[in-house]
Ligand binder design. Structure first.
Ligand SMILES: Nc1ncnc2c1ncn2[C@@H]1O[C@H](COP(=O)(O)OP(=O)(O)OP(=O)(O)O)[C@@H](O)[C@H]1O
Length: 282
């Protein structure tokens, strides 16, 4: 990890974690390259992009689960991270209560478990079996599990997977409330667009590299975004404008950068010798 965070524009909260010129390569192929990002306290940053565009890889590198092969990652010392991965390596058919799911890896007092479930709106499900939960309830349980660590930075990889459209809105609203209540920073990943745009301060649109970034409004009208998402992107513009007219909580701590050219698709050849790895890894 680097010793100091990069200076990064107008957002005012303390920097929790950042990446500069981050590259991750596997089997001689760059999965992501040239990624700059920064998450500050109280800020919601969302990575969007098509399947395989490097969203999870980027998030894993930011929290230290994947090593940088180029560039660098910085995290504030002592940073507490709550992570909800895209896939949880567990068999949902096994007998397991929600309360137990929350304490599988870290023992927690019963009161803390109850408070976490209360915070995500499912206190009544503490003794329910995990396999009986709906998609939205399961995602809330995972959120509660991440909240138990009292995180400074919450990293949510596809937090609305398996949830219907109404449930999505409720979950994004819950995520915004968590940010308001705790002041944590949130790095969120989504491969779809939906209401995620309206619930976000800063959007980073990935396609192996950063295609464009900025406020949801700036990104959505950016040609690089429209190239990536085509018709869907245009539709979302209408949705977003509708939200702007009345309903969307679009507070603003984000930076509004110019579009960056979408230079290289993922999968371009990685160099065989990577001196940056030794210098910046971690
Ligand atoms: N450990 C790994 N080894 C080799 N390739 C990997 C590894 N992890 C990810 N990849 C590849 O890197 C690319 C980016 O994957 P990643 O999971 O970051 O994409 P994503 O944008 O999160 O995709 P999705 O929307 O499908 O979840 C994919 O082509 C994937 O197959």
């Amino acid at each position: 990890m680097r010793e100091t965070p990069p200076g990064d524009g107008a957002a005012t909260g303390a920097v929790l974690a950042s990446a500069r010129d981050l590259g991750i390569a596997r089997n001689g192929r760059w999965l992501v390259q040239g990624i700059d990002l920064c998450v500050r306290r109280g800020e919601i940053v969302t990575l969007i992009g098509p399947n395989g565009s490097g969203k999870s890889t980027t998030a894993k590198a930011v929290i230290g689960l994947m090593k940088a092969d180029a560039g660098s990652v910085w995290r504030t010392p002592g940073l507490r991270i709550g992570y909800v991965p895209q896939k949880l390596a567990m068999d949902r058919t096994l007998p397991l209560t929600v309360a137990r799911l929350l304490t599988l890896t870290h023992r927690q007092p019963r009161a803390a478990v109850h408070a976490a479930l209360e915070a995500v709106g499912i206190p009544h499900l503490a003794n329910a079996q995990v396999h009986g939960l709906s998609g939205g309830e399961f995602q809330r349980a995972l959120l509660a599990r991440a909240m138990l660590r009292d995180p400074d930075l919450l990293v949510l990889d596809e937090p609305v997977q398996g949830v219907d459209v109404q449930g999505e809105a409720a979950l994004y609203s819950l995520i915004s409330q968590i940010r308001e209540r705790t002041g944590c920073g949130i790095l969120m990943i989504s491969h779809d667009l939906h209401v995620v745009m309206a619930a976000t301060d800063t959007v980073i649109c990935l396609n192996g590299r950063v295609s464009c970034r900025g406020t949801p409004q700036a990104v959505i009208s950016n040609p690089a975004y429209q190239r990536l998402f085509g018709r869907t992107g245009a539709d979302m513009l209408a949705v977003y404008r509708h939200h702007e007219d009345g309903t969307a909580p679009c507070g603003h701590a984000g930076h509004d950068h110019q579009a960056e050219p979408d230079e290289a698709a993922p999968g371009s050849q990685a160099p065989t010798n990577r001196p940056a790895e030794a210098r910046h890894a971690g």
